[in-house]
Write a protein that binds this ligand. Structure first.
Ligand code: F3S
Length: 283
C-alpha cells in the first residue's frame, strides 16, 4: 500500500480540563516522589478512557467508587467535579483531597450557588443523571428546580425569578431553545452561558477534516460520549473507524485510500494520538 498522508484535526484530543486533571493526578503518583499521602485514588474513573485509567493504575493511582472503599490517603476529584458534601466528607474523614475539578465547571458551581443566595430558582440545562450535572445540582441545593435538555421538559409552573446555567458540554442550540422558552414565561431571568467551547471546536474540526479525506480514524474510549459523537459526525462524511489504541488499526480499512484524517475525543491524551499517527504512517 502506498504511504498514507495523515492529517490530525486542528482541534483534537484532551481538553484543558482533562490535561490539567491528568497532570494533577500524576503529580500525586508514588513515582513522582511527592509528599502526597498514600494510597492515591480517583473518586470514579478520572476520565472516560479505559486506557488512561489503566495507565494511572500502573502508576499507583487506583479508582474507588465511594469513600467507604478507600483505605485513607489521597482522593482526587475528577474534572467533572462533585458535590460540596462529598468534598467535605472526604476532608472530615481525614483524606487529603486533590480537587481536579475543571475551573470551567467550578465556575458553574459558583454561579449556581450565587443565584440561590440571590433568591433565584435555578434551572440547569443539561443531561439528567450526568456526573457533572449532579455535581452542579448539589452546589445549588434547594434552589435547583429542574434539569432539562429540551424546552418541552420544563415544569408547567415556573417561578418569577429564574436563574439558568448550562452543562459545559451542551450544545448552543439546546441552550438557546430552552432559554427562549424560559424567557417567554418568566419575568426575571438571569442566565449564564457556561458552555465550554472545547467540545464544539472538536466537532467542527472533525466535520471539516472528514469532508477532505478518504477515511477518518476517531480515537477515544468506547465509553466516552463525546468520542462517540465525533465518530457519528465523521461517519456522515466518509468511512470512519472508532478505536481506543493503535493496535486496533487494520490495513484493510485503508485500501484505495490516500488521505486519512485523525481526530480524538476530549479525554484522549496527545500520546495516544501520536501513537496512532505513527502506526498509520507505517501501514
Ligand atoms: Fe473543562 Fe471544557 Fe474540558 S469544561 S473538562 S475544558 S470540555
Amino acid at each position: 500500500m502506498a504511504a498514507l498522508s495523515v492529517e490530525v484535526a486542528n482541534k483534537a484530543g484532551a481538553c484543558y480540563g482533562v490535561n490539567r486533571a491528568l497532570d494533577m493526578a500524576y503529580a500525586c503518583s508514588p513515582s513522582a516522589a511527592s509528599t502526597t499521602p498514600m494510597p492515591v485514588y480517583t473518586l470514579g474513573p478520572l476520565i472516560h478512557n479505559p486506557r488512561v485509567v489503566a495507565e494511572l493504575a500502573e502508576n499507583g493511582i487506583g479508582v474507588v467508587e465511594s469513600l467507604d472503599l478507600a483505605a485513607g490517603g489521597t482522593i482526587i476529584i475528577r474534572s467533572h467535579g462533585t458535590s460540596p458534601q462529598v468534598i467535605n466528607e472526604a476532608k472530615d474523614r481525614g483524606f487529603n483531597v486533590v480537587d481536579a475539578t475543571c475551573p470551567f465547571v467550578s465556575k458553574v458551581h459558583e454561579h449556581v450557588r450565587t443565584l440561590g443566595e440571590e433568591g433565584y430558582k435555578v434551572i440547569i440545562i443539561g443531561e439528567e443523571g450526568h456526573a457533572e450535572v449532579e455535581g452542579i445540582r448539589a452546589w445549588g441545593g434547594d434552589a435547583v428546580i429542574a434539569v432539562v435538555d429540551d424546552p418541552a421538559a420544563l415544569p408547567l409552573e415556573l417561578p418569577e425569578h429564574v436563574g439558568v446555567v448550562v452543562q459545559t458540554t451542551q450544545s448552543e442550540t439546546c441552550y438557546r431553545g430552552v432559554l427562549a422558552e424560559i424567557e417567554k414565561r418568566c419575568a426575571d431571568v438571569k442566565a449564564f452561558k457556561t458552555i465550554c467551547s472545547a467540545t464544539q471546536q472538536r466537532q467542527q474540526a472533525a466535520a471539516e477534516l472528514a469532508q477532505r479525506v478518504d477515511v477518518m480514524v476517531v480515537i477515544g474510549g468506547r465509553n466516552s460520549g463525546n468520542t462517540k459523537r465525533l465518530f457519528e459526525i465523521c461517519s456522515e462524511h466518509c468511512p470512519s473507524f472508532h478505536i481506543e489504541a493503535a493496535d486496533e488499526l487494520q490495513s484493510s480499512w485503508f485500501e484505495g485510500a490516500t488521505r486519512v484524517g485523525v481526530t480524538a475525543g476530549a479525554s484522549t491524551p496527545q500520546e495516544h494520538i501520536n501513537d496512532v499517527v505513527s502506526a498509520l504512517k507505517e501501514l
